[in-house]
Design a protein around this ligand. Sequence first.
Ligand code: ADP
Length: 276
Amino acid sequence: MSLVSLTEESVPDGLIGDAGRLRQILINLVGNAMKFTEQGEIKLVVTPEEMGKDRARIRFSVSDTGIGIPKDQLARIFGAFEQADPSIHRKYGGTGLGLAISSRLVSLMSGRIWAESELGRGSTFHFHAEFPYAEQAAAQPEKIEASGEGSVRQLRILVAEDHPVNQRVIQKLLNIRGHSVTLVPDGEAAVDQWAPGYFDLVLMDLQMPRLDGLQAARAIRAREQDSAAQSRVPIYALSAKAFPEDARECLSAGMDGHLTKPITADALDKVLASVG
Ligand code: ADP
């Protein structure tokens, strides 16, 4: 599978926008395209749609040659927790939140998002957004959003935790920060959910049924080695106690660090900042 990106020359250089938001939407669309495409091509095309007096409307299109989406599902998938088919979740995982969040971000940029698709042939997701010209922006600084810096990237986080109360706490902490969470109850499910390059972070309880956290981390590292994608997801342990030997064991299992339970917002934010 190849990934191609093409920005038409007529797209002006001097535009102002929120780079963080834009990146988040593109990561989501390209990430989906990669997830649902086994072979062929994923293409991102950027075209100027309308050059107004003080702002330009730019269209971004991400097309793939993947499984496609049934016509009657096309509008629905932009809703929260919607996936095209229950079998999709079984096979590909995911939360059904990515497109809902993208759609909200696009509307914050005075734009619209939509999709075209043919089952078995592929899909194209389009969105357009408006960007003021840089010189216009300089004249009215108060209207301009901070670009990039400071805006938090939405992360896809895999959380493996068997305790229901801990599950709720960590999910809430991550959701209110705008991240998308895939929650699994044991190490084996964590390894099943892992896909090359899909998650930005894995948070892994150490004591879990079936595979424990250390075994699951080792299994994920082994899969990464075997995959062509050359990706390496940061994995942090969620551990009840903070003994130095535990920390050493986590690192030697291929983890990047650990958070001691009960997790504090500060400690979590540090890990999120290191990833985002
Ligand atoms: P998820 O985390 O489930 O991928 P999204 O909101 O990003 O959540 O996508 C919702 C659903 O839309 C997916 O579960 C899938 O059914 C469908 N979908 C999204 N992008 C594509 C694509 N490029 N090809 C096929 N189906 C897609």
